[in-house]
Ligand binder design. Structure first.
Ligand SMILES: [Zn+2]
Length: 675
């Protein structure tokens, strides 16, 4: 048994930046800390509602912002750990604790005494002389409560609690199933010859992977989170390519299909209870999009030109191979061949120029220095959540500390697929906290002593996730709940903007250097990379739109018109939207669409990626205006869009930054979708 007084979560960390004391945290600490955290927050809220004084902004809203600090400490560590270094015990606790946390949130948002106080302050908001950030805090809390069911009658609230608890529990089951299904679907191969075409590094990684999984002497291709596995571009064995894609597309469907059907039904019921015709309508009401019509009209503009663009690519691929049409499993392989022929670019030959340390220090960090003046200092004295994760102190141009950045780049069996940013400490002036943010990627770990050589896409992913990290590091808000609190259809915008530095000449020249010779990539190669990138945009847009509209279909279906069978629903939905492309599967199928069904952050929100890209492309154009100094532009972008988090309305902030509302033309141009 653990001595409760020794539970490291019970007091704020004494480490620099309140970095969690990972060396002291044991699995047995989580549950008692969760329980103490939930009980503690309810007691703090009881003290707010028991206050005999009339409700004020200070004694209700600010007081509410101070609650739940222990719960936040343990939650941030726990959920990071579950994603990036889980164990069976942690996954079991996840299954147990997630519905309890959903019930805890309900206990707060359905607390009539607390809502009465917030409502009373909200009703008098015009007289209160609040500044913009305070006013927004009040509006957001009020809306959170109303959207969380505060105005429902007792029966409605009781049903809502049931729905939330079941949804939370289905979400963790979906994730656990997916974890197991992804492992089970990995391909185990006997000989290196079967992997012909893969770069040597990838073959070595497959051998290491096999060793780690108890298949010593064999080769294991583990699945990435998305449909089109990266190896499809280089494996020469067409049969193996077909097996790999089939394993990828089929994973999770049997176990997770019925869960998706059920979750969509429950979400539709919840939306109806809260006064909306569908879950999508409920979700977008709180987003920058506002209405389902706005989303549909935007997506509607993209589908036909994207499919036409992809079909042109497909025809070129078919012609190059002398076949009438391209099988889905061959698309990437033929693309790679055409890229080689047409642009003389070989993905494998680029990797030696894209070594992780160089990309990180001379690329990602260097760009942040050019644009924002910040510097990075590795803190070998600080321990993160896993030995492969590294801690960097980030400082302002004048040396003041800004926060910590933790980079955890390598794939491992205990880490879920994909790439993401999250945090251990959320910045707020109220609590005197600076941010501690993390990036997780799934780059194959090279054998000991060898460099990690990345693909062009992996480099882009690193710049992307680092853009989220900057959003967190630059947060400059008073209240904890305003830290990065932007709508889902806005959250990808800062990270997408940061991708532009991958190709910025001064940055690219600096990091893209041959790992052995130090030679920079030749300007001709760089130019060809840019051209080659446009070839394939049709495919990428179609696979993304297909996933987007699949999510959309699941969550625009009204209550009572349930899907029945997940696979049939999927096929019908893709056909309806004109995206049942024979050679381009959606980027995610239902069985492994974790964005939407594991936790559900992106449920009816996957459209946010392309929606954010409108702002992104418009902003990149601004940065590229001739004569615009990078460092000053970075300062403006940081001040108006990255720092304010939830303290301003995001579209108002964008209009202040750009001098007008966002325009879609730059995105159409970038994606090759102009008329
Ligand atoms: Zn992102």
């Amino acid at each position: 048994m653990t001595n409760p007084t020794a539970n490291p979560f019970l007091q704020p960390s004494a480490l620099p930046f309140e970095l969690p004391p990972f060396a002291e945290i044991e699995e047995a600490h989580y549950l008692p800390a969760f329980e103490a955290g939930m009980a503690g927050q309810l007691a703090e809220i009881a003290a707010i509602t028991a206050n005999p004084e009339a409700a004020t902004f200070e004694n209700t809203l600010v007081a509410l912002e101070r609650t739940g600090q222990l719960l936040r400490r343990v939650s941030l560590v726990f959920f990071n750990k579950v994603s990036s270094d889980s164990t069976p015990a942690l996954r079991e606790l996840d299954t147990e604790i997630t519905p309890r946390l959903a019930a805890h949130t309900d206990a707060i948002q359905l607390d009539p005494a607390l809502f009465a106080r917030i409502d009373a302050v909200h009703a008098r908001r015009a007289e209160l002389d609040l500044d913009q950030a305070d006013l927004r805090l009040l509006d957001r809390w009020h809306s959170r409560f109303v959207r969380g069911g505060a105005r429902l009658d007792d029966a409605g609230q009781a049903r809502l609690r049931e729905l939330n608890a079941e949804l939370a529990s289905l979400g963790t089951t979906f994730e656990t199933n997916l974890f197991a299904a992804t492992r089970a679907a990995a391909l185990v191969l006997d000989t290196a010859e079967e992997l012909d075409g893969l770069p040597d590094g990838a073959i070595a990684a497959a051998a290491e992977n096999a060793k780690a999984l108890g298949h010593d002497g064999r080769y294991v291709l583990s699945l990435k989170s998305f449909s089109n596995q990266t190896e499809l571009a280089s494996l020469t064995d067409a049969g193996l390519r077909a097996r790999l894609l089939e394993a990828s597309l089929g994973r999770g469907l049997t176990e997770n299909g019925p869960l998706a059907v059920r979750m969509a039904e429950l979400r539709a019921e919840r939306a109806r209870l809260l006064g909306f015709p569908s879950h999508a309508a409920y979700e977008v009401a709180d987003q920058t999009a506002g209405t389902t019509d706005a989303v549909e009209s935007m997506l509607g503009r993209l589908v036909a030109p994207a499919v036409a663009n992809a079909d042109r690519e497909g025809a070129a691929l078919a012609a190059s191979a002398g076949v009438p049409s391209v099988a889905a499993a061959d698309w990437q392989y033929l693309s790679e061949r055409v890229r080689k022929e047409r642009y003389e670019i070989d993905g494998a030959q680029m990797r030696p120029y894209l070594e992780l340390e160089s990309v990180l220090h001379r690329g990602v960090f260097h760009a942040a220095g050019l644009v924002y003046g910040i510097t990075f200092h590795e803190r070998q004295d600080l321990v993160a959540h896993h030995p492969d994760a590294r801690v960097f102190e980030v400082r302002e141009a004048d040396g003041r500390p800004l926060g910590l950045y933790i980079g955890d780049y390598y794939a491992r069996e205990s880490k879920r697929g994909g790439a993401w940013m999250t945090e251990y400490v959320q910045q707020s002036h109220l609590l005197g906290q600076l941010p501690v943010v993390t990036n997780d990627l799934n780059i194959a770990k090279p054998p000991a002593g060898e460099p990690a050589l990345l693909s062009w896409d992996e480099v882009r992913t690193l710049f992307h996730e680092f853009g989220h990290a900057l959003h967190g590091l630059f947060s400059d808000v008073r209240y904890p709940s305003q830290y990065m609190e932007v709508p889902r259809d806005f959250i990808e915008y800062p990270s997408q903007v940061n991708e532009m530095w991958q190709e910025w000449p001064e940055v690219l020249e600096n990091y893209a250097r041959h790992v052995e010779t130090g030679e920079p990539m030749s300007p001709e190669l760089v130019a060809r990379v840019r051209e080659a990138q446009n070839f394939g945009e049709g495919f990428r847009t179609v696979e993304q739109l297909a996933a987007t509209l699949l999510d959309w279909a699941w969550h625009t279906t009204p209550e009572g018109e349930g899907a029945g069978d997940a696979a049939a629903f999927e096929t019908a939905a893709l056909e309806r939207y004109g995206l049942a492309h024979p050679s381009i599967p959606p980027r995610y199928r239902t069985g492994y669409f974790a964005h939407v069904f594991a936790g559900g952050y992106y449920a009816a929100g996957y459209y946010g990626y392309i929606w954010s890209e409108v702002l992104d492309a418009d902003t990149v154009e601004w940065f590229k205006q001739p004569g615009r100094p990078v460092r000053e532009s970075g300062e403006i972008f940081r001040r108006t869009l990255l720092s304010p988090g939830g303290s301003v309305d995001p579209l108002t902030a964008f209009a202040a930054f750009r001098g007008r509302a966002p325009e879609i033309q730059p995105l159409l141009k970038r994606r090759g979708l102009e008329d």
